[in-house]
Each structure stands twice: as C-alpha cells, then as structure tokens.
Design a protein around this ligand. Structure first.
Ligand code: 5GP
Length: 177
C-alpha cells in the first residue's frame, strides 16, 4: 500500500507484467511496420516511460517525436478547449503511430487523431498502454492495447495523481476506502 497526497493506492500491474506486455506489443509492431518507417508520436506527459520502453524493442527503421495536449478553459465560452503542441515535422504520407498512456472517455485521443489526420498521413495507428472500456464514450480505434482495466483511477509508470507517482515502476490502483 502506498499513499500519494490524500489517496491510498495498491499495486495492480507489477513491473514485470508491464515490461513483458510492452515487449509483446513491440514485436507486433516490428511485424506490422516492416518497410514502413513508422513515425511514433508519444503523448506527453503520461506516455514517456511506456514510449521509451516500447521504442527500445523496435527493430525496424523508425522515428519518434513527442506531442503534448494542452487543455484550457476558454473564457469566451463554457467549453474546455484542447490544443496539440509540438508537431514540428511533416506527417504527410507517414505511417504515424500514436502512443498514449490511457484511454478513458476517448475524448483526448479523438482530438489527437483528428489533428493528426488533418496532416494527411499514410496511416494512423494507436497504441495505448491502458484502456478503460466501461468509461469510453467516444468510439476510438485502438490498434494495440496493453491492458484493459476497470473504471478506477490508476497511477504509476508515467501516470500521475496531482503530478506525483509517475516514477513508480508498477501501476497502482486507488483503494476503496
Ligand atoms: P480521456 O480523454 O480518454 O477521458 O482521458 C485521457 C486522459 O485522462 C489520459 O491521458 C490521462 O491523462 C487522464 N486519465 C484518465 N484516466 C486516468 C487514470 O486512471 N489515471 C491517471 N493518472 N490519469 C487518467
């Protein structure tokens, strides 16, 4: 059991299970992207450890770049606005592989997907370490999923609670109490 600020968490997915799954996904990517020179786009901050571990096992020629989604409240309207920053190379005609940490409602991924699509890539694939199917309300195409999990709050291996917990090598889930 660990405590981060006011919340308690218990270990949920051990480090070894994560690393084995990451390796399996990398091997699938190596088969699926032979001769395609994929361009990986890691979504910061949450995917930085996942993207790094995955990338170490990619053996086909490839590139990686990192993007960040900024969410802010638009003072002119009530809607929450999103902005994707960091696209500083051409995605046109590239086989783009988005690397996400977790898909919850699917809103963030849909926004990223649409923004990438507008750049006319040859293809777009999505890898997510975690997916909460019960929480997903936007139908998003997930090509590679590390683990499907229940609709509970998790931290570790890049994911945070109020900025903390990203350094934990395993994934932890919030306790019921
Ligand atoms: P969505 O737009 O799919 O609802 O949410 C995606 C984002 O919400 C993720 O990139 C992540 O930042 C955050 N998120 C959703 N569920 C969790 C969770 O269980 N733990 C943490 N740490 N972040 C989450």
């Amino acid at each position: 059991m660990i405590q981060i600020e006011d919340l308690k968490f218990e270990e949920f997915i051990p480090e070894n299970n994560i690393l084995n799954r990451v390796k399996e996904i990398s091997e699938k990517i190596n088969t699926d992207f032979t001769n395609k020179k994929p361009l990986f786009l890691g979504i910061l901050n949450g995917s930085f450890l996942f993207a790094a571990d995955l990338f170490k096992h990619i053996s086909v020629p490839c590139e990686i770049s990192f993007l960040k989604v900024n969410s802010y409240i638009n003072t002119e309207s009530t809607g929450k606005m999103k902005e994707l920053i960091g696209i500083n190379q051409s995605l046109t005609d590239r086989h783009v592989v988005i690397i996400e940490d977790i898909v919850d409602t699917g809103r963030t991924l849909q926004y990223i997907f649409d923004t990438v699509k507008a750049e006319n890539p040859a293809s777009i694939s999505v890898i997510t370490l975690l997916h909460k199917p019960e929480a997903t309300i936007i139908p998003v195409k997930l090509d590679y999923v590390g683990f499907e999990i229940k609709n509970e709050f998790v931290v570790g291996y890049g994911l945070d609670y109020n900025g903390y917990g990203r350094n934990l090598p395993a994934i932890y889930i919030k306790t019921k109490d």
